[in-house]
Design a protein around this ligand. Structure first.
Ligand SMILES: *Cc1c(COP(=O)(O)O)cnc(C)c1O
Length: 339
């Protein structure tokens, strides 16, 4: 029994999801003729109260398409220093959009209206790049699954509105935040100019992300997706997995959050575990101290068929997801207690 806590991307499609995929009706989506893709795109847009959405192979692509849509070469994107769009997308903002980045030091990946306000360049100063986009991440990946307070997001929107900045949400794990905070997709649809969600993380599909926005944005996004090489043909087999996920795998995220808190409670008892970031959703990031290193701990757990990641010289990350069963959780807690 292997317990894979490296990421929630390691999930395999369930039998029910595979059945939905097998029986999907498909067509050529580059021609707009795949009924399963069209269905998923409409379903997601409707959930968020937005006009349209576009199905893409990855969250990196949906983020990068959004950034490309919202910027001109030489512009500046404002985001937290831990942001996936900056740290983990291969320098894509520079490569794809020829834009620079203003990194803010937020709190576990979350930035504030005040920080953003103070970082906007004077648009009449020719020395400065043109601040044109703010990108938020909810939940934050390398901030340990932290969630934004919605009141702060409203304040951020106000700042963006005043300064004519677009506002993008990297919502790779937005559904974890919605479930944890009792929020709705429509609240987010009302605020953001674009929203990226991953179907292949906590929602458990093998592949796929969606970019959501108004008709105009998604029309632009369709062209850029093609340029990026992301136009897919009979993608309905994958879209059917996404529809299944949106219809079945959202509420159950609560269980992943409970499991993550249980793991944290077991870890905190250990003298070689230092600070654990507050566990708000399905990510546990903790320090390893006292003559034990993250690498050593990862190796030790591997002996018990438990996989997790050393994400820095001092930190280990564990992520819970729908393939972590109650039985696995029990074993994991026992192994931690016996360490
Ligand atoms: C996983 C992730 C993405 C997208 O990743 P892909 O592997 O390209 O789908 C984007 N943002 C965050 C915060 C993520 O965790």
């Amino acid at each position: 029994m292997q317990i894979d806590l490296r990421s929630d991307t390691f999930t395999k499609p369930s039998t029910a999801m595979l059945n939905a995929m097998f029986t999907a009706k498909v067509g050529d989506d580059v021609f707009g003729e795949d009924p399963s893709v069209n269905y998923l795109e409409a379903l997601a847009a409707d959930m968020f109260g937005l006009e349209a959405s576009i199905f893409c192979p990855s969250g990196t692509m949906t983020n990068q398409i959004a950034i490309k849509c919202h910027t001109q070469p030489g512009d500046e994107v404002i985001c937290d220093e831990l942001s996936h769009v900056y740290q983990f997308e291969g320098g894509g903002i520079a490569f794809n959009s020829a834009s620079s980045v203003k990194l803010l030091q937020g709190d576990r990946g979350r930035i504030t209206a005040a920080l953003i306000s103070a970082s906007i360049n004077n648009k009449f100063d020719v020395h400065k790049s043109n601040s044109s986009l703010v990108s938020l991440e909810n939940t934050t990946n390398f901030g340990g699954g932290a969630c934004y307070n919605f009141e702060e997001i409203i304040k951020i929107k106000e700042v963006c509105f005043q300064h004519n900045l677009k506002l993008h949400l990297d919502g790779a794990r937005l559904f974890n935040a919605l479930v944890a905070k009792g929020e709705t997709p429509k609240q987010y649809g009302e605020i953001f100019d674009s929203i990226s969600i991953c179907l292949s993380k906590g929602l458990g599909t093998p592949v796929g992300s969606l970019l959501l926005g108004n008709q105009n944005l998604i029309k632009k996004a369709k062209r850029i997706r093609k340029v990026f090489g992301g136009g897919m043909r009979q993608a309905g087999f994958l879209a059917a997995a996404g529809t299944h996920a949106l219809q079945n795998n959202i509420e159950r995220l609560t269980y992943d959050h409970v499991a993550a808190k249980e793991i944290a409670r077991a870890l905190i008892e250990k003298d070689f575990i230092g600070k654990i970031m507050p566990v708000e959703t399905n990510i546990i990031i903790f320090e390893v101290i006292n003559s034990c290193t993250p690498k050593e701990l990862v190796e030790r757990l591997k002996q018990d068929d438990i996989l997790c990641l050393a994400i820095s010289p001092t930190q280990v990350r564990m992520v819970t997801h729908l393939d972590v069963t109650k039985e696995m959780l029990k074993k994991l807690i026992q192994v931690i207690e016996a360490l």
